[in-house]
Design a protein around this ligand. Structure first.
Ligand SMILES: [Zn+2]
Length: 294
């Protein structure tokens, strides 16, 4: 204890160290981790983003040590743009970005390139539902070639999708039992939802779940053929990807059209694990790293 007789500063340090040794818990481990800084960009066509941003922010912050900043554009058009993307360093304050835009008609290269540049440089992304149908142009209904002018957004996501059939329940089945994002999760059936098709699944994508949906014939089909039968469609609905020279971790799910799906615990658990996985804060058993759980 002789060291405790020295200056106040030395006493403080020495005594803290001594306490740490006695308790067996390091001071560092007791310090709460800085909350994960999450940027949620949402808005555009066809969805109730005013409600869904609230469901996502509350659902994530309830589950993990995170602060979700919402960049919401109330426009309901496919041309919704976001002021934050106008600057080159738009992602600098965030650990991960959730893309929840529905901006199919936004096709301006410098704008889209600025979004992608952040992810190329290493900022992880979590892509939800209509993000998959944003920033598309050219002959996007055909499989895009890697490096093509209109391929950039799909290369980041890892899957190219162009549309969906009528809404009906989707049977979600997890394909990889030991992946940290899906470990221990149970297969489930959604309420009426949109099953996004797959035009191309890129080589780096790691499929975590498939969805199967029975689709009733559309009105137009029934007009042409009154005896048209329901068909069954299958598509990848949850996956991971690695993107760019830094192998940035990307997590995506095409689920999440309706508010009741977005607010479902099974959906929020999945998205939250995707956030943690993409930022390297998820352990092998699917639990948050020390300091990030609640
Ligand atoms: Zn939708």
């Amino acid at each position: 204890m002789t060291i405790c007789r020295r200056t106040f500063f030395s006493i403080t340090l020495a005594c803290v160290a001594a306490l740490s040794t006695v308790s067996g818990v390091s001071v560092q481990a007791q310090t709460p981790a800085k909350p994960l800084q999450v940027l949620l960009v949402a808005g555009g066509c066809c969805h109730d983003y005013a409600a869904q941003t609230k469901l996502l922010k509350a659902g994530i912050e309830k589950r993990i040590n995170a602060e979700v900043t919402v960049e919401f554009n109330p426009s309901n058009g496919t041309d919704a743009r976001f002021a934050i993307y106008e600057s080159d360093d738009w992602a600098k304050s965030y650990d991960v970005v959730i893309h929840d835009e529905c901006s199919a008609s936004v096709t301006e290269r410098p704008y889209v390139d600025r979004i992608l540049a952040a992810h190329k440089s290493g900022v992880p992304a979590v892509n939800l539902h209509c993000a998959m149908h944003s920033y598309r142009w050219g002959d996007f209904r055909q499989p895009v070639e890697i490096g093509a002018d209109n391929a950039g957004w799909y290369e980041m996501i890892g899957v190219q999708s162009t549309g969906h059939g009528p809404q009906s329940p989707i049977d979600v089945s997890y394909e990889v039992a030991d992946h940290p994002v899906t470990k221990g999760m149970q297969n489930w059936t959604t309420i009426n939802e949109e099953l996004y098709n797959n035009v191309r699944v890129f080589g780096n994508a790691d499929v975590l779940a498939k969805g199967v949906q029975v689709q009733q014939p559309r009105k137009r089909e029934l007009q042409q053929n009154p005896n048209a039968k329901p068909s069954e469609a299958t598509a990848v609905v949850v996956w991971t990807n690695t993107y760019g020279p830094n192998q940035t971790k990307i997590f995506s799910t095409t689920l999440g059209h309706n508010n009741d799906t977005v607010g479902d615990d099974r959906y929020l658990d999945l998205v939250t694990r995707g956030l943690l996985w993409s930022t390297n804060h998820l352990d092998a058993d699917g639990n948050p790293a020390t300091g990030y759980g609640k």
